[in-house]
Design a protein around this ligand. Structure first.
Ligand code: CP3
Length: 341
C-alpha cells in the first residue's frame, strides 16, 4: 500500500507531499452524478458495494494518496432517532429537531453494528481494493448539534447558541451523548479497517474562543482521548478557525486542519511540530492553469519543506469543479513537492 499519507500524518519526512481532497468523491464527477441518477445519497451509503465504488473512484481517476469513506456526517443520526433528508443545494434537514431538554433525553444510544452495519461492510470491502489508506470520519459534537438544534444548515446559529448559553444541563447532556456516539462510531470504523480518522467540526469557527473553551473543548478533549488509543492518526478539522486553532490543537488530534483563510505558515509557526493538513482555496480549481499552479506553489512554499504536511483544500471540493483541474492539482502537488535525489 502507498502509505505516504500515513507517514506524513505522523509527522515524518516523505519523498513527496501526499494529497487528498475533502469531498473528493462528490458531485463534480460525472461518474458520481450517474450513480446519483439511480440512488439518493442515503441509498448509496446503504449499499456497501456502491459506497466502495464511489470511494474508490477519485483515487483511480486522479491518483489521490488517500481515500475518504463515502458517507455523510448525518449517516449515524438515523440510528439515534432522527428523521432527516439531504436537500440538494442546501444540506441536511432534520424533521424532528432538538429544542427542549426532553428532546435531548429521547436521543437514543448509538450502536454502530446495529445502526450502520453497511458503513462497516463498505470499509471491509474497500480494504481489499484500495491502493491507498482509507480515512474514516464523523462530525464533531458541536457541528452535529448545530444541525440537530437548528433543524438544518444555519447562518447565525441562534438556536444552537441559545440552547448552549441558557440550558447548561441540556447542552451538557446533548454534547455528552454526541461525544459518546461519535467515539463509538469512529472506533467501529477503525475496527473494520479504517487507517485514519478525520473529525469534521465544520461550523465551530462561528464560536468565540471563550465560548469554544467553555462549551465545546471539554467534549473534544474526551473525544480525542478516546480516539488516541486506536492507533491511527486523527485529523482535527474546522473552517474559519484561525482564532481557535491553538485551542483546537490543545483539545487534540494528531493533524490540524488549516482552512483557506488561515495562512499555512502562520499555523505552522504556532503549532510547533504538529502535522497540518490544507489549505488550497477550492475556488482556485476554477482558475486558469497558471493561476492554479501559482496557488499550489504558494501552499507548498508556505509549508517550506517542513515534515508533516498533508496537502488538501481548505474546505471541500465545490460542485461544478472541473475534473481536469483536480487531476492537474494532484499532479502539481506531486511534481513540485518531490524531493530530488
Ligand atoms: O468525498 C467525501 O469527502 C466523502 C463523503 C462526505 C460527504 N459529506 C458526502 C456528501 C463527507 C466527508 C461529508 C461530510 C459532511 N457533510 C460535512 C463536513 C464537511 C464539510 O463540508 O464541512 C458536512 C457539514 C456535511 C453536511 C452536508 N451533507 C452538506 C452541507 C451537504 C451539501 C448539500 C448540497 O446539496 O449542497 C451534504 C450532502 C453531501 N454529502 C453530498 C455528498 C457527496 C452532496 C449531495 C449529493 O450527492 O446528493
Amino acid at each position: 500500500m502507498n502509505d505516504v499519507f500515513l507517514r506524513a500524518a505522523r509527522g515524518e519526512a516523505t519523498e513527496y507531499t501526499p494529497v487528498w481532497f475533502m469531498r473528493q468523491a462528490g458531485r463534480y464527477q460525472p461518474e458520481y452524478r450517474k450513480i446519483r441518477e439511480r440512488y439518493t445519497l442515503p441509498e448509496i451509503v446503504r449499499h456497501p458495494e456502491v459506497t466502495a465504488e464511489v470511494t474508490l473512484m477519485p483515487v483511480q481517476n486522479f491518483g489521490f494518496d488517500a481515500a475518504i469513506l463515502f458517507a455523510d456526517i448525518t449517516t449515524p443520526l438515523y440510528g439515534m432517532g432522527f428523521e432527516l433528508d439531504i436537500v440538494e443545494g442546501k444540506g441536511p434537514v432534520i424533521h424532528n429537531p432538538v429544542s427542549t431538554a426532553d428532546d435531548v433525553g429521547r436521543i437514543r444510544e448509538f450502536d454502530p453494528g446495529e445502526s450502520t452495519p453497511f458503513v462497516l461492510e463498505a470499509i471491509r470491502i474497500l480494504k481489499g481494493e484500495l491502493p491507498v489508506p482509507l480515512i474514516g470520519f464523523s462530525g464533531a459534537p458541536f457541528t452535529l448539534a448545530s444541525y440537530l438544534v437548528e433543524g438544518g444548515p444555519s447562518k447565525n446559529f441562534v438556536k444552537v447558541k441559545s440552547l448552549m448559553y441558557s440550558r447548561p444541563a441540556a447542552w451538557q447532556e446533548l454534547m455528552e451523548k454526541l461525544t459518546t456516539a461519535m467515539a463509538n462510531y469512529m472506533r467501529s470504523q477503525v475496527e473494520a479497517g479504517a487507517d485514519a480518522l478525520q473529525v469534521f467540526d465544520s461550523w465551530v469557527g462561528r464560536l468565540t474562543r471563550y465560548d469554544y473553551e467553555t462549551y465545546v473543548a471539554p467534549y473534544m478533549r474526551r473525544l480525542f482521548a478516546e480516539l488516541a488509543g486506536l492507533g491511527v492518526p486523527v485529523i482535527h478539522f474546522g473552517t474559519q478557525t484561525m482564532h481557535l486553532l491553538t485551542s483546537m490543537a490543545a483539545a487534540g488530534g494528531d493533524v490540524m486542519g488549516v482552512d483557506t483563510a488561515t495562512p499555512l505558515d502562520w499555523a505552522r509557526d504556532r503549532l510547533g511540530a504538529r502535522p497540518v493538513q490544507g489549505n488550497l482555496d477550492p475556488t482556485l480549481l476554477f482558475a486558469p492553469a497558471d493561476v492554479l499552479e501559482r496557488g499550489v506553489e504558494a501552499v507548498l512554499s508556505a509549508n517550506a519543506g517542513r515534515p508533516g504536511h498533508v496537502f488538501n483544500l481548505g474546505h471541500g471540493v465545490l460542485p461544478g469543479t472541473p475534473t481536469a483541474a483536480v487531476a492537474r492539482a494532484v499532479e502539481l502537488v506531486h511534481e513540485k513537492s518531490a524531493v530530488k535525489p
